[in-house]
Design a protein around this ligand. Structure first.
Ligand code: ATP
Ligand code: MG
Length: 452
């Protein structure tokens, strides 16, 4: 379905220029020329985004009508993204618009590329937000006794759920691949939980953590006297997991020498405790996980190809959180409930700006980072809701700052910095762009300690 954008400005030439630009990009643009027209259109139609000017003829300078419209649109549909157009340099207008729920702003005259990027981002985030609200009503969470919840409502996670369902019950060795904090261990626990081994133990071991000698002892066990420190017999992970599942985490860090030993056990299903000649049969299903690219490690000669083939009968790639933004609201609410309970705090949820900040953040630390951010915000929150500044996520993906979270003073400083950047430090030009006199800008530079 085409993306529908409502374009509102009382200058017909502006609307027409935007309409042509959007059409060329495959968007469907519907024009409106007054706040009342915008409201009616949104009431009656289905839009992915509203792009609106702040100033209308009745009252061209204060933007009052535009602000009122923003408030009313927000009441009508809080999930509808609104991007405002402001006159070049009208700092206060942009800030006030964001406070009233605009998701972003564009300065006139606009730059086509930047405008399109902004619109695309906001359409995507708006869709994610809407979808997640629908999904929240359905129950797409996997819930099991003693297994961590796996929240996966996004399209990107469908294949993961699919493999858990289809391959989980089998004895196939599964390699789970994904960045840090994407939920590899959660998936491993679910694979075990849905298998016929569910009643037997799942033994998890950080296979990459052991140095010379210790590896074999940890995995295969040892007998008393096998080496100096071996004061008693020790059962290894393979034996502990007998009849169940062994989860080998950080598999890429297993040293080459150890890889050979591991391969042999996987091929034969037989282990020998260090220092013993007795051969023991074990019935173990092996799940493994890594955040490294094992294919590349193989071509660099750091990982044995035959071992990789043993481990990855089936491979599950876990997408990074930034590729499944629809899951963010569900995960955030889930972590909020859990933390609020743990810390005995009553919280209603997230403010719109806070949710927006969560949706925009790039989450390099994936689900774990989100979990920590929410947990911290639960402790920090002063009111009954989590506000954007409680989250402490000030930067977006491109490194720019989230305007919603700034105080007016911080916003002013930011816009001055930007103007100076654009004018390459030329104060007169920056002042002109900001609609200030040179001396007024100098005063502000001093106040903000910007070396004026
Ligand atoms: N889909 C999810 N639903 C709910 N909680 C999740 C989900 N994915 C991850 N988590 C939670 O996020 C945290 C990190 O997940 P997990 O430890 O499984 O990640 P990982 O991929 O093993 O990370 P690492 O590479 O750092 O070991 C855990 O607390 C886990 O419960
Ligand atoms: Mg892990």
């Amino acid at each position: 379905m085409a993306t529908r954008i409502l374009v509102a400005d009382d200058q017909p030439d502006v609307v027409e220029a935007l309409r042509l630009l959007l059409k060329a990009e495959g968007f469907e643009a519907q024009p409106a020329s007054s706040p009342a027209g915008v409201y009616r259109a949104v009431e009656g139609g289905d839009f992915d985004l509203v792009l609106m000017d702040l100033n209308y003829t009745r009252d061209t300078t204060s933007g009052r009508e535009g602000f009122d419209l923003l408030t009313r649109l927000r009441d009508l549909d809080p999930t509808l993204p609104v991007v405002v157009m402001t006159a070049w340099g009208s700092v206060e207008g942009a800030v006030e618009a964001m406070r009233r729920g605009a998701r972003d702003y564009i300065e006139k005259p606009w730059d086509n590329e930047r405008l399109l990027t902004t619109l695309r981002t906001q359409v995507e985030l708006g869709r994610a937000l809407r979808k997640s609200q629908l999904l929240e009503q359905e129950n797409l969470l996997l819930k099991g006794d003693g297994v961590p919840e796996l929240i996966a409502a996004s399209k990107a996670m469908r294949p993961v759920l699919d493999v858990i369902e289809r391959v989980g019950p089998s004895d196939a060795n599964v390699l789970i691949v994904g960045e840090h904090g994407t939920g590899k261990e959660v998936v491993a626990r679910w694979m075990h939980h849905v298998s016929r081994r569910a009643r037997a133990p799942l033994v998890a071991v950080n296979a990459g953590a052991f140095g010379e000698g210790v590896f074999e002892s940890e995995l295969f066990g040892h007998v008393k006297g096998a080496f100096t420190d071996a004061k008693t017999d020790r059962v290894g992970c393979f034996e502990l997991a007998d009849g169940g599942t062994l989860f080998l985490d950080e598999i890429a860090n297993v040293k080459p020498q150890q890889q050979g030993k591991l391969l042999r056990v996987l091929e034969t299903g037989e282990i020998q405790r260090v220092g013993s000649s007795k051969i023991r049969k074990v019935d173990v299903r092996v799940l493994s996980a890594t955040n490294a690219n094992l294919g590349e490690a193989v071509s660099r000669g750091e990982f044995r190809e035959d071992l990789l083939y043993r481990l990855n009968t089936v491979e599950i790639p876990l997408p990074p959180l930034r590729d499944r933004r629809e899951d963010i609201p569900l995960l955030a609410v889930h972590f909020l409930r859990a933390s609020a309970k743990r810390y005995g705090r009553e919280l209603e949820g997230f403010s719109d700006a806070a949710m927006d900040a969560l949706l925009r953040h790039s989450w390099p630390g994936n689900v774990r980072e989100l979990q920590h951010a929410v947990e911290r915000s639960v402790l920090m929150a002063r009111g009954s809701r989590i506000e954007a500044y409680d989250l402490g996520l000030r930067r977006r993906e491109d490194g720019s700052i989230l305007t919603e979270e700034l105080t007016l003073d911080e916003a002013e400083r930011l816009l001055i910095e930007k103007a100076l950047e654009r004018s390459q430090g030329n104060v007169s030009k920056a002042a002109e762009a900001l609609g200030l006199s040179r001396s007024a800008l100098y005063r502000r530079l001093q106040r903000h300690d910007l070396g004026g």
